[in-house]
Design a protein around this ligand. Structure first.
Ligand code: ATP
Length: 259
């Protein structure tokens, strides 16, 4: 029997902030080339999970393995080398306002990899083309772009260094449904072109259905369900069923404080 090492594997990852236990033992595997989407309600720990894998948060317990190598305690140049293998599309695109679009896309190439500015600009323009933005956009500043265009620029930046692993943090938040679908299509296309492994977090079910091979749901600090994306509409789990269909009634009780 052959066993394949998962690209990303989390074993019993826990994280608390003071008395608040956010992650209570996360076990998760993402195969090489797979697109996994983690869904879950607000404040359930999706961002903390993502930041833990990125090394921005140090888990209290557990292991995070990339290609079978434990990474959660890396620091210094080892951490930087690991980060260079990642691409990231942040919620809200997180562009530098003072830099033109091309320099935003090329930032990691110039600063992180020492690519010469001229070569980096050429790469940036070609990555912008991949996300449907012409060379004229390269010289604009982020403030001159619509939210959808900013997301495209963020996506171009995420793929600029052709990373093996890409993280998408709420990639469609704040976009109208049509632009959200355009971004979803681009995510699928870019991932296929690169053959990258991707982990996305979202509460947008349309996005999850479109970009996921597999969907996992986080609830009360644990992965309570994970299966192929097409199973999500008939998950056989009342928590997932309630979340996916957006029902107020069900086992998930929202804490609504009225003051
Ligand atoms: N640095 C921190 N210090 C203290 N508490 C934190 C910190 N980061 C996150 N938390 C807490 O951890 C919990 C989970 O937060 P997280 O941002 O991961 O939720 P989320 O599932 O991504 O939510 P949303 O979908 O609303 O973005 C929240 O209660 C939050 O207040």
């Amino acid at each position: 029997m052959t066993t394949t090492t998962p690209k990303i594997r989390l074993e019993g990852v826990t994280k608390a902030f003071g008395p608040k236990q956010v992650l209570c033992g996360i076990d998760l595997e993402i195969a090489a080339g797979e697109s996994l989407v983690v869904i879950g309600g607000s404040g359930t720990g999706k961002s903390v999970l993502l930041k833990s894998i990125l090394g921005l948060i140090r888990p209290d317990k557990g292991r995070i393995l990339i290609d079978g190598v434990e990474t959660s305690r890396l620091s210094g140049s080892d951490r930087v080398a690991l980060m260079n293998r990642f691409g990231m599309l942040f919620q809200g695109a997180a562009l530098f306002d003072s830099l033109p679009v091309w320099e935003n896309v090329a930032f990691g190439l110039i600063q992180g990899r020492g690519v010469a500015r001229k070569a980096a600009k050429d790469i940036a323009v070609s990555k912008l083309a991949q996300v449907g933005l012409g060379p004229d956009v390269a010289m604009l500043f982020p403030a001159e772009l619509s939210g959808g265009m900013q997301k495209r620029v963020g996506l171009a930046r995420a793929i600029a260094a052709e990373p093996e692993i890409i993280f998408f943090d709420e990639p469609t938040t704040g976009l109208d449904p049509i632009m959200a679908d355009v971004i979803n299509d681009l995510i699928v296309k870019c991932r296929r072109d690169l053959g990258a492994t991707t982990l996305s977090i979202t509460h947008d079910m349309a996005s999850a259905r479109k970009i996921a091979d597999r969907i996992a749901m986080i609830y009360e600090g644990r992965i309570i369900w994970a299966d192929r994306a097409e199973k999500v509409d008939d998950p056989g789990n009342p928590y997932v069923d309630q979340f996916v269909h957006g029902r107020a009634d069900g086992p998930i009780q929202m804490q609504v404080r009225v003051s």
